[in-house]
Design a protein around this ligand. Structure first.
Ligand code: ATP
Ligand code: MG
Length: 372
């Protein structure tokens, strides 16, 4: 029975799900790096994925892991002012170990009792950002801990990224305990890699957040639903997996709605899932696809409109014909849209939409736009 249980699904942007579907390799690599001695490549990581694939949730997961093993964390978004933000958060996180306001370092720390901290005076001095972070790292090193910086939604236009990456490179070269995990949409990360920070970032671990496999979705749905005191009927589970289409946000939306519609029943049947999918689709459109739509250029839209003319996957050569463009144009926009996670290449030269229900959503939006 589900009485006394709360809805276990988390259709909330950036929320760490109760059960993380798939992503084992990346979690294993990064968690290992955070627990290790700083020599694992994943100590600097790039997470790349389309909207709603779980970038922010993974960043939060890693920051939580890091904190649980003693790291101080600074979780920021890639916006102008982010370096200040990192400093403020790092200081706040480290305040129980170091008196960051008066620039005094911790001299000794009673293991059981933080109140026994003794402080060593040193003169406050004007320093640049790197030196200020260095002070924090040195103070943390006395307690054999370090600083994890997570940067979400990397965009090409924030110059401070270059400073951050360069500083982290120096910190690592100097043997300091620092970790950096950057997440972004594919084009954001690609732009970052083509900038000044390229050589260093190319050496780091890069993880692509691909769509989840059906068996991963199935397992996550079953386990999460069980935590909410319910189980799926077999046909309901199959319908839910199909509707999710490997998309983490949709997994949470469908699960959340199905749990609610089932009410006091302990089994979620096909009717519940059918109703849940209808609502989930609309929510997905408002919360994710509208953002994807606004990121499309006119030429992207023309490309997708040509793709949407047929009913299924389409060959690149055929698209060139539909668009009346040369193959170079098709290749260029194919690359852009692959990078935005809107389409995928099913086999060489054969393209299809890759977000669940996006074709239908797109067709409606483009028709509205043409009617204006
Ligand atoms: N591996 C996963 N298994 C199950 N649910 C997940 C998984 N990853 C993320 N989610 C869920 O999917 C939703 C979207 O996750 P998140 O906000 O992290 O995506 P995102 O990639 O950061 O999206 P955006 O590009 O819009 O910022 C959240 O509700 C989260 O709980
Ligand atoms: Mg996000």
């Amino acid at each position: 029975m589900s009485e006394g249980f709360n809805n276990p699904f988390t259709p909330v942007v950036g929320k760490v799900p109760l059960y993380m579907a798939g992503r084992e390799t990346i979690i294993d690599d990064v968690d290992t790096a955070l627990r290790g001695n700083g020599n694992d490549p994943a100590i600097i990581s790039l997470l790349v994925g389309a909207r709603g694939t779980g970038k922010t949730a993974l960043l939060s997961h890693f920051a939580d892991t890091a904190e649980s093993v003693g790291w101080v964390t600074a979780r920021v978004t890639c916006l102008s002012g982010m370096l200040d933000d990192i400093l403020v958060r790092a200081r706040r996180g480290a305040s129980h170990l170091v008196d960051t306001q008066s620039h005094r370092k911790v001299k000794s720390l009673g293991l059981k009792d933080l109140a026994t901290v003794e402080l060593e005076d040193s003169k406050p001095e004007l320093t640049n950002w790197r030196a200020q972070v260095e002070d924090i790292l040195e103070a943390l090193a006395e307690h054999e801990t370090g600083l994890l910086i997570t940067v979400d939604e990397v965009t090409p236009n924030v110059k401070e990224m270059t400073t951050l990456v360069a500083a982290c490179q120096h910190f690592l070269d100097e043997g300091k305990k620092v970790a950096l995990i950057i997440a972004g949409l594919p084009y954001g990360v690609t732009s970052l890699l083509s900038g000044e920070s390229t050589p260093f970032l190319r050496r780091t671990a890069r993880f692509e957040l691909e769509p989840l496999n059906d068996y991963e979705v199935e397992e996550a749905l079953i386990r999460t639903m069980a935590d909410g005191g319910k189980k799926f009927a077999p046909d309901a589970l199959a319908a839910a997996v199909e509707a999710v289409y490997g998309f983490p946000f949709m997994l949470q939306l469908v699960g959340y709605r199905a749990w609610r519609i089932a009410g006091g029943a302990s089994t979620v049947d096909l009717d519940c899932v059918t109703g849940a999918v209808d609502i989930a689709r609309k929510e997905l459109e408002q919360r994710v696809y509208d953002a994807v739509w606004f990121e499309l250029s006119d030429a992207d839209k023309a490309f997708l409109a040509a793709m949407a003319e047929g009913s299924g996957p389409v060959r690149q050569a055929e698209l060139a014909g539909r668009l009346g463009k040369a193959s170079g144009h098709v290749s260029r926009y194919k690359k852009r849209l692959l990078q935005q996670g809107v389409i995928k290449e099913r086999s060489r030269g054969v393209l299809e939409f890759c977000l669940p229900g996006f074709r239908e959503y797109f067709a409606e939006r483009i028709a509205e736009e043409r009617d204006l």
